[in-house]
Design a protein around this ligand. Structure first.
Ligand SMILES: NC(=O)c1ccc[n+]([C@@H]2O[C@H](COP(=O)([O-])OP(=O)(O)OC[C@H]3O[C@@H](n4cnc5c(N)ncnc54)[C@H](O)[C@@H]3O)[C@@H](O)[C@H]2O)c1
Length: 301
């Protein structure tokens, strides 16, 4: 049988702070396939996440098909706004939610992985994080700092992660990020430069695939996912409407489940996908293929 087998592989999923988003579903699928999974968690969300884990609030969603619970090898504090320790402002380092986390920059996580597991220790990196402080504002009303912040945390962070983590990867390593169709079609309400950030992320996926492919032999892909009512997406304010609209107008009318993205992520990260790099794969129930909205409910039988 053709199986997704990630036994002996080590993964880092950056952007997990609860069990509702794509990062968690991807971590779970990678673990189902046999990988050891660590996560990178945004310091302001870290305490709540640890509490949820320790108090067993996520046990049901952590349950794997063999009955065991999904365990994280390591939970690294990560703020993807910062590339190095020196780039982190002193007052932020000293603030309540950050002061006990050590070096939470992208470089800090890379160094911790190296000291925990050594070089040649990593096989899979998932970039499942985004933030746009002005996401509720139309692009036309977005400030320069808001726009640059969206691009910095949601797109440049991938460049930074590839440059710092690719040297730690074993041959055949794979990077994967999560993008959204707002990069190429207008989604009213997805503002603040987030559409621009996703366009940058997709373009960078191609360029990084070439550069890091040649330099390190790694692959870089992205999944363009349909809407899901995750915590981050709920901040947009119109996510329920987007989910409903997509279900009504897609070729497949069941709302997208996070596991469906998790399974494709496991495939793209696996040795079955060694021929795929520089690609954006839609996992959206086919919504991207449509050119016209339906006036009435789709035919049911
Ligand atoms: N939910 C959707 O409808 C949808 C659709 C397509 C693509 N995506 C993308 O999927 C990815 C995951 O988002 P999600 O919707 O699953 O939500 P999520 O809330 O599960 O994940 C977003 C994560 O990013 C983290 N984060 C925010 N700022 C950070 C920072 N500065 N440093 C480190 N981490 C930070 C958050 O703490 C959170 O854990 C994002 O790239 C998102 O744009 C989401």
């Amino acid at each position: 049988m053709l199986n997704i087998d990630l036994t002996g592989k080590r993964a880092l999923v950056a952007g997990v702070a609860d069990d509702a988003g794509f990062g968690f579903a991807i971590a779970k699928s990678l673990a189902e396939a046999g990988a050891a999974v660590s996560v990178g968690t945004w310091p302001p969300a870290l305490n709540i996440f640890m509490n949820l884990l320790e108090r067993g609030k996520m046990d049901e969603s952590r349950r794997l098909s063999d009955g065991s619970l999904l365990e994280f090898e390591k939970i690294y504090p990560l703020d993807a706004v910062f590339d190095t320790y020196d780039a982190m402002p002193e007052d932020l380092r000293a603030s309540k939610r950050y002061k006990d986390t050590g070096d939470f920059s992208i470089d800090g996580v890379a160094r911790r992985i190296e000291s925990d597991f050594g070089r040649n220790s990593l096989d899979i990196v998932i970039h499942s994080l985004a933030n746009g402080p002005e996401v509720k504002k139309p692009l036309l009303e977005t400030s320069r700092p808001g726009y640059l912040a969206a691009i910095g945390v949601s797109a440049y962070s991938l460049v930074s992660m590839v440059s710092r983590l690719a040297p730690l990867m074993r041959p055949g390593g794979s990077f994967l990020s999560l993008t959204y169709m707002a990069s190429e079609r207008v989604i009213p309400g997805y503002g603040g430069g987030m559409s621009s950030a996703k366009a940058a992320l997709e373009s960078d996926t191609r360029v990084l695939a070439f550069e890091a492919g040649r330099k390190y032999g790694v692959r870089i892909n992205a999944i363009s996912a349909g809407p899901l009512a995750s915590r981050a997406a709920s901040a947009i304010g119109i996510i329920e409407k987007m989910v409903e609209y997509c279900a009504e107008n897609s070729p497949l009318t069941e709302p997208l489940r996070a596991e469906e993205v998790g399974q494709v992520a496991a495939f793209l990260s696996s040795p079955l996908a060694t021929g795929i790099t520089g690609t954006v794969v839609y996992v959206d129930k086919g919504f991207h293929a449509m050119g016209m909205a339906l006036q009435d409910a789709p035919p049911q039988d």
